[in-house]
Write a protein that binds this ligand. Structure first.
Ligand code: BGC
Length: 494
């Protein structure tokens, strides 16, 4: 096997798992009967209504207006207009047959200044959204924070301010009090690597800062403290504490072995938890939250830039979680180097890539990622995002044919099925994304949706991948065993 390109079975190496297949559906598919087949979106990427009904500005509202910040000067002022079209979008989810919808709340929509007075109209939007989801038998999965930080709090220092953890707790309290009667699955934050790393160190995401390394690590520390406080709030205030599931979602950086030889598996395992750069690694962002300590190699890399913090912080950061959310798109490939250390193997020229150039297509990450993370953190996993950007267009037959996306999801889901079969507990899979949407600094250049959005008139057209995923869901994953016959465009003869 090279670069995880095979979707077939690879002999297992490394630690064996106690296979727990309890609850697997009949007929050969390993997905549990109550598996959460879902789709995901995020508030800023779909809602629009950027300054409507009392919403306050977020750092993204400000950043997206800066010259050169976003591809073609795009903004998310309207995005998919989901704020007004949510019923139509929920009808699409119902037609797709999803069991669960992962969405996020816009913090400044419900708390325009980040703390203090709440905005009744903003709260009412999410209340109506939740009612509509329940009416359609779709389980809501609420991400509390997916990057649209209130500008008012940014002005007070944002994540650099130690009080930011308390601000996040106040915001979470509001959501728990208003919505925990209808939401049981919560994620505190989405991808701290991105909102801290890309936003505050690299400056390519909002608010566009390039902080000193020591400041950046302080902001990361406070974000993890905030996560922990939110967990405590949900445990204390959720209406049905027992049924409440709380997790944390990371941009999973996967290292996969080049071959299934034990030495390459060990090399990939060592690489996946090593801290090189503090942004793009796993342990720096997960060990404090899940194990109550910073990884030693990361502390050594940080050196004098290591944040100064209270001795009790690490204990507080580690709050028991119900699941770990993994956003998985791609992997780097590793083998055992001649010196015995993990050696990264570069992607060869011409290797398949997504429409967004950062993404080589490496299905094995959906097997090795969950395996390695489960081994280390011993928590049930949810695949909170996975998907592919392709250059979709409306074809002459009026449809959107996206065989690459189907092929990608097919390969990745087969690898996920293999991980589950080998005993890795995975509770759900959320396709990124329901709709083409505002892809951050790439604006509308990247289309990730199962549903095409015409941003000129907000028309939604389900793509071929929508019908394909619908079949996967309806069959509980069994249709993944079938070969794919790609549809042929029907063109009216001239
Ligand atoms: C983010 C999404 C983003 C997706 C595709 C993830 O990093 O959570 O907001 O759209 O990847 O880039």
């Amino acid at each position: 096997m090279f670069l995880g390109a095979s979707a077939g079975s690879v002999a297992l190496a490394g630690a064996a798992h106690a296979a727990s297949k309890a609850g697997a559906s009949k007929g050969g598919a390993p997905f549990p009967k109550d598996f959460a087949w879902g789709v995901a979106t995020a508030a800023y990427q779909v809602e629009g209504a950027a300054a409507e009904d009392g919403k306050g500005p977020s750092v993204w509202d400000v950043f997206s207006k800066k010259k050169g910040a976003i591809f073609d000067g795009n903004t998310a002022d309207v995005a998919c207009d989901h704020y007004h079209l949510y019923k139509q979008d929920i009808a699409l989810m119902k037609a797709l047959g999803v069991k669960s919808y992962r969405f996020s709340v816009s913090w400044p929509r419900v708390l325009p200044d980040g703390v203090g007075a709440s905005n009744p109209k903003g709260l009412d939007f999410y209340s109506r959204l939740l009612d509509e989801l329940h009416k359609n038998g779709i389980e809501p999965f609420c991400t509390i924070f997916h990057w649209d930080y209130p500008q008012a709090l940014y002005k007070k220092g944002g994540w650099l301010n130690r009080d930011s953890a308390e601000w996040f707790a106040e915001y979470t309290t509001l959501l728990a009090d208003k919505f925990s009667d209808r939401v049981q699955i919560w994620a505190t934050q989405n991808e701290p690597q991105c909102f801290i790393g890309l936003g505050l160190l690299d400056g390519v995401n909002a608010p566009g800062d390039k902080l000193k390394y020591s400041e950046y690590l302080t902001a990361a520390h406070n974000a993890m403290r905030a996560h922990a406080k939110a967990v405590q709030v949900l445990r204390a205030r959720a209406k049905d504490a027992k049924a409440t599931k709380v997790g944390y979602v990371v941009a999973a950086q996967i290292a996969q072995p080049l071959t299934d030889k034990a030495e390459d598996v060990d090399a990939a395992r060592a690489a996946i938890f090593a801290v090189g750069r503090h942004e793009w690694n796993n342990s720096w962002w997960m060990d404090p939250v899940l194990l109550g300590k910073y990884p030693e190699d990361g502390v050594a890399v940080a050196g004098k830039d290591m944040p100064k913090f209270k001795p009790t912080d690490l204990d507080e950061m580690k709050q028991p979680l119900d699941y770990l959310g993994l956003n998985i798109y791609k992997a780097d490939n590793y083998k055992r180097g001649v010196d015995g250390k993990p050696e990264q193997v570069p992607v060869p020229p011409g290797y398949p890539r997504a429409g967004s150039d950062w993404e080589p297509i490496t299905p094995g990450c959906m097997y090795w990622g969950p395996r390695f993370f489960f081994d280390r953190y011993k928590l049930p996993l949810s695949i909170t995002e996975n998907g592919l950007a392709t250059r979709d267009q409306v074809c002459l037959d009026g449809k959107i044919h996206d065989p690459q996306r189907i092929d990608y999801m097919h390969r990745y889901l087969l690898e996920l099925a293999r991980a589950i079969k080998d005993g890795v507990p995975v509770t759900g899979y959320y396709a990124w994304s329901l709709l083409d949407n505002f892809e951050w600094a790439d604006g509308y250049k990247q289309r990730f949706g199962l549903v095409y959005v015409d941003f000129q008139n907000q028309k939604r057209v389900p793509k071929d991948s929508f019908d394909w995923y619908k079949k996967v869901i309806a069959s509980g994953g069994r249709s993944l065993q079938e070969k794919v016959a790609f549809p042929v465009t029907q063109v009216t003869p001239l």
